[in-house]
Design a protein around this ligand. Structure first.
Ligand code: DC
Length: 664
């Protein structure tokens, strides 16, 4: 997951390959609650691991459910037939509507002393219609803040089940879903009828609910979309085990990608055209815009069809979440696209109509909006602007606008707060970068070099972490090469140059966090020793060895960008890097830092000797004929003698930001 303040997505040119998507949020949270209400255990496979499901799991644990998680398989031991907690419990629901609504209903029907709270945005998301319905039923619910909104307090009910329970269906279908899942708890003696008031929106989500209720032994009788009857004697029964389909809304970004990007096409694993999720119908809308889609059991394949895409006018009531993706596809169309009947966008994680309009305009688009519709005009070549996309703590805004990186003007896009995707798809950007491609000049490289012990490794890896970029420690490659050569019984001298180069060309090296693995063996400590450094220095003067490592070093230039540290990064390996930094800490300072490091590691050391060593090594490094230590001509010099690491990082970030200007 990218936990950086922002993520700069380079201009993207194509996409191909396979993505396996995480489980559906809607199915995951329903399945968790239903499993909790059963007697006995249910094994849930392919559960989504996200903020929303974590909120639900935490709440279920608080209620006393058994929760045993192993990767994406979670075993739930339900509360059915057991006593619910009598003590007061406070639940924190974050911004998870799919946890808040059904849990409120289940708690209110069951009764207890419960408080439900969330993040500030949750306290702005309406719940009054659900509370009204539950009160009608005899539940005790109080508002602790504003009337009609969380936080809520739930007490003991006096259920009155003799008359139909009215619930509004035109604000959020989650209210009806919540009642449908809670009421079987009270339907042992008699049938319970729910009556929908107003036109029911987002019907496909109700279909998911009914479908899953059936899997858990509750056969709801549906009379049109107005009346739902839960039969007398209903009782939750665990299906034993259940698989969660991949999220069809998450699939929308990759369907769009396949429709927009040049390449062999995209294959999506985990969900197919026969999905029980309403958002799968996004594929019809995408096809209308030009996508070429085929499907089989649990998979979809998408290729570019019509290009540019075709502008459409569509009632999106049946695909409210996925429809946001159409708004971004519309930028690549041949005419305007109007999405209608999307009033529910205004009460989601953020006001999504306002958000999509504002951020599309930043890119340069013309957008019109009304209370329940939005029209997006295509953005032709020559009109795209570099924009910093605000994401409003809304995962879908972030994922949608990543697709703006395919723009005709080849400008990058900045996504603010990229970690907000964690709500449903924590590794979204990793998945995107695994299939998207672009020409290497678009993938930024920042080079950092400097003399031994100048702190370039620390600086480079910290800047990489702030930008979410990859990190290449080129010195480690020479260290590993030397290590491998010695292991193979070679000397580190010119006589064995060809043999060492051969080894280097196929070096089976892997970096995992701080660890360096050679042929799956951890060699981190061995290569990081002083001796390891000397050995590296020896092989690094052999020209064919340097030559042999070039391809490997280039292979680190991957989306979204790279921090490369080492001798010839800015001069030989990445000569076109847009930012090169050369550190120039004094020998005295470096000796002091090295001294501290060694003492910390438990070695004895003498500062004066260290300084003499460093000065000798500097002289040797600068005067050597092969890859001498010299700043690239266009490198910016940074004397970090009296700077903290944070201040050095800050300086490099300031330089970088001044070259990467995005309109806010
Ligand atoms: O940065 P370091 O101490 O891990 O580097 C080990 C040796 O490899 C050092 O002598 C410099 C040399 N080196 C090189 O010649 N070219 C590079 N790109 C990186 C390191």
């Amino acid at each position: 997951m990218f936990s950086t303040a922002f993520l700069d997505i380079p201009a993207l040119q194509g996409a191909s390959g396979t993505v396996t998507l995480p489980g559906s949020k809607s199915i995951s949270n329903r399945v968790l609650l239903l499993s909790a209400l059963c007697q006995g255990t249910t094994v849930v496979h392919d559960l989504l691991d996200s903020d929303d499901t974590r909120v639900m799991l935490a709440a279920l644990r608080q209620l006393g459910c058994g929760v045993d998680a192993e990767g994406t398989t979670v075993t739930i031991t339900g509360l059915g037939g057991r006593a619910w907690p009598a003590e007061a419990i406070e639940f924190f629901m974050g911004n998870a509507g799919t946890a808040m609504r059904p849990l409120t209903a289940a708690l209110a029907v069951q009764g207890g002393d419960f408080t439900l709270k969330g993040v500030p945005r949750m306290h702005e998301r309406p719940i009054g219609d659900l509370v009204d319905a539950l009160r009608e039923l005899g539940c005790t619910i109080d508002y602790l803040g504003n009337e009609g909104y969380p936080p809520l307090r739930v007490g003991q009910p006096q259920l009155q089940l003799d008359k139909p329970i009215p619930v509004r269906g035109d604000v959020s279908s989650q209210f009806l879903t919540a009642l449908l899942m809670a009421l079987p708890l009270a339907a042992q003696e008699r049938a319970i009828t729910i009556e929908v008031v107003g036109e029911l929106i987002s019907k496909p989500y109700i279909e998911i609910t009914l479908n899953l209720l059936a899997r858990y032994g509750i056969a709801v009788e549906r009379q049109g979309w107005e009346r739902f009857v839960i039969p007398a004697g209903s009782r939750y029964q665990s299906p034993g085990s259940i698989h969660v389909e991949a999220d069809a809304s998450s699939a929308s970004y990759f369907i769009a990608l396949g429709a927009m990007a040049e390449g062999q096409g995209i294959r999506i694993q985990g969900v197919g055209a026969d999905s029980i999720q309403g958002d799968i119908r996004f594929m019809d809308a995408a096809a209308q815009m030009g996508a070429h889609i085929t499907s089989g059991p649990n998979w979809l394949e998408i290729r570019r069809g019509a290009w540019p895409l075709k502008g459409i006018t569509l009632d999106c009531n049946h695909i409210p979440d996925a429809a946001m993706t159409l708004a971004v596809m519309a930028l690549y169309a041949d005419g305007p696209t109007t999405l209608r009947n999307i009033a529910s966008w205004r009460v989601k994680e953020t006001d999504r109509i306002a958000a999509m309009a504002a951020e599309s305009r930043k890119l340069g688009a013309t957008v019109e909006e009304g209370p329940d519709w939005i029209t997006i005009h295509p953005l032709p070549a020559g009109h795209w602007r570099r924009a910093s996309i605000h994401t409003y703590d809304d995962h879908r805004v972030a994922m949608c606008f990543s697709l703006a990186a395919f723009n005709a003007d080849q400008v990058p896009v900045r996504i603010e707060d990229p970690k907000c995707v964690a709500k449903t798809f924590p590794d979204y950007f990793e998945a995107l970068f695994s299939v998207a491609h672009t020409a290497s000049p678009h993938i930024p490289v920042i080079c950092i070099d400097g003399p031994t012990a100048s702190g370039k490794g620390t600086l480079a890896s910290r800047v990489a972490a702030q930008l979410g970029y990859h990190y290449l420690d080129s010195g480690a490659l020479y260290r590993v090469t030397a290590h491998a050569a010695l292991q193979a019984g070679l000397t580190l001298e010119a006589v064995d140059e060809a043999a060492i180069a051969k080894l280097a060309r196929r070096l089976p090296v892997r970096f995992e966090g701080e660890q360096v693995l050679l042929d799956n063996v951890d060699v981190t400590d061995a290569i990081r020793s002083e001796q390891g450094g000397m050995n590296a220095s020896k092989v690094s003067v052999l020209p064919t060895v340097r030559e042999a490592l070039i391809d490997l070093q280039h292979s680190f230039q991957r989306l979204p960008g790279l921090l490369a540290d080492g001798r010839d990064m800015g001069t030989v390996i990445f000569p076109n890097a847009p930012l090169k930094v050369f550190l120039t800490a004094s020998a005295a300072q470096r000796a002091e830092r090295r001294h501290k490091q060694l003492i910390l590691k438990g070695f004895s050391a003498n500062i004066d000797n260290l300084r003499a060593d460093l000065e000798a090594r500097d002289a040797r490094d600068m005067s050597r004929s092969v890859a001498p230590l010299l700043p690239a001509q266009d490198a910016l010099q940074l004397d970090n003698s009296s700077l903290t690491i944070e201040a050095s990082v800050e300086q490099v970030m300031v330089w970088w930001q001044s070259r990467q200007v995005f309109g806010a």
